[in-house]
Each structure stands twice: as structure tokens, then as C-alpha cells.
Write a protein that binds this ligand. Structure first.
Ligand code: FE2
Length: 399
């Protein structure tokens, strides 16, 4: 709602007061707000695009002190007009100034932030009976894509069926959902039993315990996809664990272990001397942000040595082993017997994956790809900002 306002100079700043529908001076008038002239100049609404991009470099203002010296103020009907020392003129609608007033802004910003996030639902083995699934045909609609992104934000895991079994499909689907991240493995990678030529345990028929991929990368791939082209007759099921859920349980079960795994950075490494590749990154198993679990990173095969003199080394590895046992326990694991045409997609910073072993020579063949997570988050945030109801995509009971 447009509100009448009035601005005056006060202590080198600009003091703005708004009135309600009756104008400044009425009983509805607000206490007012100080705006620093530099803030006003840097945030001139006519110089900010609809994409929230500034049309000038901030240094062009900062370098010239007179560019935020107020030479004249005019209180107009719908807006405040400011004449600057460098000759420029800016206009600030009264409602725009009201929206940017800091009185109550912390609460407003917090509410806005919360509103633009889908609350995470942590899960364990009992999630098996209600895994988030959808058909490929549905995914190809706008609403279906949003449904998938909401599943990923809320549960960190989703399944899509009906993709067919053509090679390269995972890249096509990945580029529909976001943009496939090309790594040193290429745009897509094949997961099948390479027998004696295998360069990685993933490319054998062996069991693989719960892990996150590419912990040695910074930035790490936020989303992983696996598309099943053919499956093993027996065994070879893909396993998933909600790492956030494991971390949460660990916190109550063994606070010291939680403390060690969330405070000590673990180094990870991947080398390929033939291709001049040496990837290294260090990150705690449980990464926290303001006390909340932000990311899980866990990979036994890529874990590089900790410092041999580390004082808490023994206790640290006990904590690591406990996390490992919990992540691979029945209590936390759900199983997916992917069939040709099925796709699993998950948050690689939250959900850990593994697989059961299977018979050597079985025709199990999956193709995988990575995406960045921010595109998923962005789709959900944009939908929430438009006021869309995403609770309809919940498959668990909302408390
Ligand atoms: Fe993996």
C-alpha cells in the first residue's frame, strides 16, 4: 500500500516518517526511520533490475564522496526525491522506504527466510514403505519438476520410473532438472562390473558401504543421479541412508563423538597421475552452520590420512567407526531394487548411498551424473516466493 511520507535531514542522515491512510501527523503516523545517504545511493531502486542486479559498480559511488552528499530533498506525493552532489537524481517511493525500514526488519527477514524454505523431514528405515516416487511423464510437467525439487529439499531422495533404458538418458534428464556437472569422470559415468580392470570399488560387483560421492571436490556435487539400464538377477540393490538422521541420533547417543565429527576436518583425496588430476578437500563428517546440520561427508575409500600426531586420533576414529556402523545399520537403511528405466536422485550432501554385492558377470549397468544443488533450492524458493503450496507434495504426516 502506498503510504504518504515525509523526509528531513537529521544528524547527517535522512529521517523518514510515514503516516497511515491519513498521512504524516495523523495518529497512525510511525515513529520514523533513519536512512544513511550512502545506503540510499547504493540501493537506488531505479538502478536495480528485476533480477535484483545492480546496474553500476559500487566502487563508482564509493570512490566519489560527493555522490552520496545530499544537495536537495523533495517530499513528493508518492515518493522522496533526492538530488546528489554529483548531479544525479534518485527517487524513493514511500512504500519502498517503508519496506526497507529496519524497525522490525530482523523479525521480518527471519520470517521471510523461513517461509522460503521447505522444512527437512528426517527419516530412517521406516521410510521404506513411503519412498517418494513419481513417473517420468509427470516429471516432464512444470508441477512435476517442482514436486521432484520439493522431495529433494524435504527428504533428500526421490525415485522416478518410466525413463526407458537408453544410454545417455541420465544426462538428458539431468539437463532438464538443472545442468549436468561435467567432472573428470565426464558428463556421465558408467557403474558396472569392470572385473580386473576396475579402478574403483564402484566398478566391481562388490558390496559398497554408505558414503557420499566426491568428498575431495570443492565445490562438491550437490545432487547425484543413477539411472538403471539393466540389473543383476540377484543382489545389487542400491541402499540409502539419511545422514542428517544418523547425525541427529549420534548427537543424543554420544555427544563427544558428535563433537569430534563436527569439529575436525577430514582430508579427502583423489589422484589420477595419468590425467594430471590431484583433487583434495577437507571437511568435517558433520558440517554445522549456526548449530544446524548443513552437510554430511563420509567416504571410507577416499579418506586421506589424518595427522599421525593428532591428539584425539583414537577417539576420533572410534567416532568415525560408530557413525559408519549406524549409517550401515538396518535402523537407518532403505533399499531400492532399481529396475531398467528407474532413476534414483538424491542430495549428495545429506543422503548417503551404497549397494549390495552381486554375482560376478551379472549385467547390472547404471549410468550416473551430478548436478549442483542450488538449482533445486532455487526452484523451491521461487515457488514459495510466488506463494505456491508445496505441502501438497508431502508424503509423510505433517505435524
Ligand atoms: Fe558412490
Amino acid at each position: 500500500m502506498a503510504r504518504f511520507g515525509h523526509a528531513s535531514r537529521r544528524c547527517g542522515q535522512i529521517f523518514v516518517q510515514w503516516g497511515g491512510s491519513l498521512g504524516v501527523g495523523s495518529t497512525e503516523a510511525t515513529a520514523g526511520q533513519l536512512f544513511h545517504p550512502l545506503w540510499l545511493r547504493l540501493n537506488d531502486p531505479s538502478q536495480i533490475t528485476r533480477n535484483q542486479q545492480r546496474l553500476f559498480e559500487m566502487s563508482s559511488i564509493m570512490d566519489r564522496r560527493n555522490s552520496w552528499e545530499v544537495t536537495d530533498l523533495k517530499n513528493e506525493q508518492e515518493r522522496l526525491s533526492v538530488q546528489w552532489g554529483d548531479g544525479a537524481q534518485s527517487y524513493y517511493p514511500w512504500h519502498w522506504l517503508a519496506e526497507h525500514a529496519t524497525a522490525g526488519a530482523a523479525e521480518a527477514a527471519e520470517a521471510k527466510q523461513l517461509k522460503l524454505e521447505v522444512p527437512k523431514h528426517l527419516w530412517n528405515q521406516s521410510f521404506q514403505s513411503t519412498l517418494p516416487r513419481m513417473e517420468y511423464e509427470a516429471l516432464l510437467t512444470r508441477s512435476g519438476k517442482l514436486q521432484l525439487c520439493t522431495y529433494l529439499e524435504r527428504y533428500g531422495l526421490a525415485f522416478v520410473s518410466g525413463l526407458g533404458a537408453a544410454e545417455g538418458t541420465v544426462k538428458k534428464v539431468g539437463n532438464y532438472i538443472g545442468h549436468v556437472r561435467v567432472t573428470n569422470y565426464g558428463a556421465i559415468f558408467d557403474v558396472k562390473d569392470d572385473g580386473a580392470k576396475a579402478t574403483n570399488l564402484a566398478f566391481t560387483n562388490q558390496k559398497i558401504s554408505a558414503h557420499t560421492d566426491n568428498p575431495y571436490r570443492d565445490p562438491f556435487p550437490g545432487i547425484q543421479m543413477l539411472h538403471c539400464l539393466s540389473c543383476a538377477g540377484e543382489g545389487g540393490a542400491t541402499l540409502f541412508t539419511d545422514g542428517f538422521s544418523v547425525a541427529q541420533k549420534l548427537k543424543s547417543l554420544d555427544p563427544t563423538a558428535f563433537h569430534l565429527l563436527s569439529n575436525i576436518e577430514h582430508p579427502y583425496e583423489y589422484r589420477d597421475p595419468d590425467a594430471a588430476v590431484l583433487l583434495q578437500a577437507s571437511v568435517p563428517v558433520i558440517k554445522l552452520c549456526q548449530g544446524e546440520i548443513e552437510r554430511i561427508t563420509f567416504n571410507n575409500r577416499s579418506a586421506a590420512p589424518m595427522g599421525p600426531e593428532m591428539p584425539e586420533l583414537e577417539r576420533y576414529y572410534e567416532a568415525w567407526a560408530l557413525f559408519d556402523r549406524m549409517a550401515n545399520s538396518m535402523e537407518f537403511t532403505v533399499k531400492a531394487n532399481l529396475k531398467p528405466g528407474d532413476l534414483a536422485i538424491w542430495s549428495n550432501g545429506r543422503v548417503m548411498h551404497g549397494r549390495e554385492g552381486y554375482e560376478r558377470g551379472a549385467p547390472r549397468h547404471l549410468q550416473g551424473a551430478y548436478l549442483d544443488y542450488d538449482e533445486i533450492q532455487s526452484a523451491v524458493r521461487a515457488a514459495l516466493a510466488e506463494g505456491k503450496d508445496l505441502e501438497r507434495f508431502s508424503i509423510h504426516q505433517i505435524e
